[in-house]
Design a protein around this ligand. Structure first.
Ligand code: MG
Length: 262
């Protein structure tokens, strides 16, 4: 792991795009602050294509793709993506409505099993906006101890679910994609960007364990300083780390990228 100041200029110049996590990377305790928003416009101005890869609900994607300077929004940890053009907002999914319905039924029964076993299993406040997964609040409006989150994960995985944990949520799904595969699938299908090209020419920026796939897959990855407690749990750490946390760290990374691209 290197300080972001050590990013080589030639690497910065080669980049075509940036894939960003939202919570605790771009967002500061859930808020979009002026420095993070202006960093996005600066990055765009510097010729970078911007994508979001978040664990947040599809409903968030449908709204944010209209508001932010993004070329794509990948939500629910890789399973549901959005684009926006003059024809409006478009949703992109790999499963059809019948498969989706079956998975919702399996998820609902997993939720009742989890809630019958763990009193801490409280649904996140965005579950009604979700299409493909279920999220429990573990750090947003309540703090669930790490050991309990681990027990809930094991419980869900025994029942065939895939699980991910971010700084705010514990997710269960019956989907296959993660942030990296969902982003590469989106880029190849919707933007005609070859996956191996994307892995070297797009960089990933994140902050926690649900960004593990992004840190592992993309040749260049960045993290904001609040990644530190998660570093030991990541099989592949981010390449570069900012000195500052959250929005300030995101702003720092973008400024470094822009300066080195000049
Ligand atoms: Mg995050």
């Amino acid at each position: 792991v290197f300080p972001v100041a050590q990013l080589p200029a030639e690497k910065a110049k080669q980049l075509r795009g940036l894939v960003m996590d939202l919570d605790d990377t771009v967002l500061d305790h859930g808020r979009l602050l002026p420095n993070a928003l202006s960093a996005m416009y600066d990055a765009k101005q510097a010729g970078l294509s911007l994508l979001v890869a978040t664990g947040r609900a599809a409903g968030w994607g449908e709204v944010l793709i209209r508001l932010l300077p993004l070329d794509g929004m990948i939500t629910e940890n890789g399973s549901v993506a959005f684009t926006c053009d003059s024809g409006g907002v478009h949703r992109h999914e790999r499963v059809n409505s019948e498969q989706r319905r079956q998975r919702r039924i399996r998820l609902a029964s997993l939720v009742s099993d989890l809630q019958a076993t763990f009193p801490e299993a409280r649904l996140a406040d965005d579950v009604d906006l979700r299409y493909s997964d279920i999220a429990f609040d573990v750090g947003e409006h309540q703090r669930v101890p790490k050991e309990i989150v681990q027990q809930m994960r094991a419980f869900a995985e025994e029942r065939g679910a895939r699980t991910t944990v971010s700084s705010v949520h514990f997710h269960c799904s019956f989907e296959w994609d993660d942030k990296a595969s969902g982003t590469l699938f989106f880029l190849s299908k919707q933007r005609q960007v070859d996956p191996s090209y994307a892995l070297t020419r797009y960089a990933f920026v994140g902050d926690s364990s649900n960004d593990a796939a992004g840190f592992a897959a993309f040749r260049t990855s960045f993290a904001v300083a609040n990644v530190r407690p998660y570093l030991s749990g990541l099989s592949i750490p981010p390449t570069y780390i900012a000195t500052q946390e959250r929005a300030a760290g995101f702003h720092e990374i973008i400024q470094e990228l822009i300066e080195k691209r000049r």
